[in-house]
Design a protein around this ligand. Sequence first.
Ligand code: TMP
Length: 242
Amino acid sequence: MQKGRALYTGKAKVVHETDMPDRLILYFRDDATAFNAKKRGVIANKGTINAYITAKVFSYLEGRGIPTHFLERVSDRELMVKKVEIVPVEVVVRNRVAGSLAKRMGREEGAPLRKPVREYFFKSDSLDDPMISEDFILADGLATEDEFEAIKEKALIVNELLLEMFQKASILLVDFKLEFGRADGQILLADEITPDGCRLWDATTLEKLDKDRFRRDLGKVEEAYLEVVNRLFPDFPEEVSL
Ligand code: TMP
């Protein structure tokens, strides 16, 4: 398999075509942005850490019945994935109040919720990813009824599976963002699952171990990403070169 030209450069990844029409290579960079790229920086080794975490987490989910676009980790920073048409809806799942929900509702970060909360945002850099309703998603045709039912259901199952995985590493999964894609008439989990798009707190101390350290200038950003990958996957240091 040959990596081809860059099709799309995102905020943290580059998407390359390959010599196979239905496969892409995702290249994970160290660049970090926040607040829709109003804040920019670099987190050392983030690309390697995030490619590794995504590969492992997507394999874990595949093995438990969640179809994903992930095929293979081809280098420290590169994953081969199935080409999908991304559904332009970011799905946020929350187990505790934090971030924009805390702000919107005037609640303390960390406040418990009686059940997981799903929220939907329209994927648009120029509009700053506005929050949208389920009705709008269907009325505007962003997803069909069947697709959206699959997305909503999978989001909750992914949450249960991730809660269990992170809990074993003494990490509290506060919230996270998912993206889905269509391929061959199926809905596949796509994009990445990494500390860039999750809130991960130490289960005992509640110390933040995710991109909020960068967003909020808390320091020890790279250390936090390394802590997460090493706790989840103790083989990490032997399987990459940092
Ligand atoms: P929020 O509290 O800012 O709405 O974020 C909820 C979760 O979604 C949090 O874990 C971070 C993640 N997220 C992204 O991955 N990309 C984004 O553009 C935003 C706004 C949030």
